[in-house]
Design a protein around this ligand. Structure first.
Ligand SMILES: Cc1cc2nc3c(=O)[nH]c(=O)nc-3n(C[C@H](O)[C@H](O)[C@H](O)COP(=O)(O)OP(=O)(O)OC[C@H]3O[C@@H](n4cnc5c(N)ncnc54)[C@H](O)[C@@H]3O)c2cc1C
Length: 380
């Protein structure tokens, strides 16, 4: 069996930055109730994103030439974890900052970088990810949305599914088929799609709690110009796999239920039962360990390594803990979960229960991640 490691993250002098972010959030989020904080990275607020852009907290690691701030991956990590721990609404810029921007920086054309990256860093340009389709979610290589080369560009036809915030985004990074179906991975490419393009219809899908963040996005012979090709034709698969390392390792992979933990600690007060003490202590120990693993991946990304395997492990372990939190909370406090409840704990609990099933689906399902880990260990 092959072994793999999580090296110690490189040291970073971050306490000044952490205090600055906390001060900012204390003011900005003062009026935000726990039930809204529980949405954390799925909460969309374009004004808040713009304010973060003004502070220099989007595109933090990117070159200044593209509107970035040339800070370290660990400084970025500090900003992210403070945002999520406080329940800040970061969804508007989240995907662009986390993966679309880094993708363009790595393989985009100079024109794409110059026109898009400064707008992302300013918190004014939002992205969605067009990977999943009906019949090709986990089996991404079966993607059928087709971009057929024509004079000056491509004609795109097909359907994307579960596209988070497509209805509020400016662009989609479209994963599509440019070669034959038989080529599988090798016949895929990525396109930078302006969502105002004629021939694109965005339809809402409600989630379990009735909220609209998912969409179905239908392309009907939409014309996408040549200049939209990201990286090399046929390289879509490799590019997407690089993106997923960013998607799978961040603090959002263990802080999605954090507001609930904060609320239950508040509700338990100064003299909790031994059982409650033990439960909260155990969850805290898990979170501290996950944080250490996740910071290690941030360090590897900073060093230009490819921690895809470690990222899959962080995501799987993180989802387990996040999904466990609502169940454990139910065991230590007596509260009826309800989205409309007067008490914040009951509303946060209801929100978390309704969203937790998705934690082990989004960004790659549990079975797929475990397959990646097993392969990485040389077990399959
Ligand atoms: C909250 C949320 C947000 C999302 N946002 C986006 C987004 O913005 N953009 C986007 O493109 N997608 C998005 N997705 C889609 C998500 O990435 C897919 O749901 C996921 O990849 C699984 O695909 P599927 O739903 O088609 O399930 P399927 O692939 O049909 O899988 C169904 C079940 O079968 C299992 N399975 C499938 N293949 C295998 C195998 N080979 N071995 C063992 N088990 C297997 C899976 O693990 C799963 O349990 C989002 C999903 C959620 C829940």
């Amino acid at each position: 069996m092959t072994a793999f490691t999580f090296p110690a993250p490189p040291p970073a002098d971050v306490e000044g930055l952490r205090a600055e972010v906390r001060d900012f959030l204390a003011t900005e989020l003062a009026a935000r109730k726990p039930r809204d904080r529980a949405r954390s990275w799925s909460g969309f607020d374009a004004d808040f994103s713009r304010k973060l852009g003004e502070r220099g907290w989007i595109g933090m690691t990117w070159p200044k030439a593209y509107g970035g701030h040339e800070r370290s991956a660990l400084e970025r990590y500090v900003v992210l974890e403070e945002m999520l721990a406080a329940g800040a609404p970061v969804a508007a810029h989240w995907i662009a900052d986390r993966q679309s921007g880094p993708l363009l920086l790595k393989v985009g054309t100079e024109e794409q970088r110059q026109t898009i990256l400064p707008r992302i860093a300013a918190g004014e340009c939002f992205f969605c990810i067009g990977m999943s389709e009906p019949d090709s979610g986990s089996d991404l290589a079966a993607v059928r949305t087709r971009a057929t080369p024509v004079e000056g560009g491509f004609r795109v036809t097909g359907t994307k599914l579960w596209t988070t915030y497509a209805h509020k985004s400016h662009y989609m990074i479209l994963f599509c088929r440019t070669g034959s179906q038989e080529e599988r991975q090798g016949g895929t490419s990525q396109l930078l799609v302006d969502l105002n393009t004629p021939g694109i219809t965005i339809r809402p899908i409600a989630d379990l709690s009735g909220e609209h963040h998912f969409n179905e996005v239908v392309f009907e012979d939409a014309f996408i110009p040549d200049s939209a090709l990201i990286g090399r034709m046929g390289d879509g698969w490799n590019q997407v796999m690089g993106e997923l390392a960013f998607e799978r390792s961040g603090p959002e992979r263990f802080l999605s239920s954090f507001t609930l933990l904060v609320e239950v600690v508040r509700a338990l007060g100064d003299d909790p039962s031994d059982r409650a003490r033990e439960a909260v202590g155990r969850l805290t120990a898990h979170l501290v360990t996950l944080r250490r693993l996740s910071r290690s991946v941030a360090g590897m990304l900073q060093n230009g390594e490819n921690p895809a395997l470690q990222a899959a492990l962080v995501k799987d372990l993180g989802a387990l803990v996040e999904q466990e939190i609502p169940e454990i909370v139910r065991g230590v406090v007596s509260v009826e979960p309800s989205l409309q409840a007067d008490t914040e704990l009951a509303a946060v609990l209801a929100h978390t229960i309704l969203n937790a099933p998705a934690f082990s689906l989004r960004g790659g399902t549990r079975e797929i991640l475990r397959g990646i880990i097993a392969r990485g260990l040389g077990l399959r």
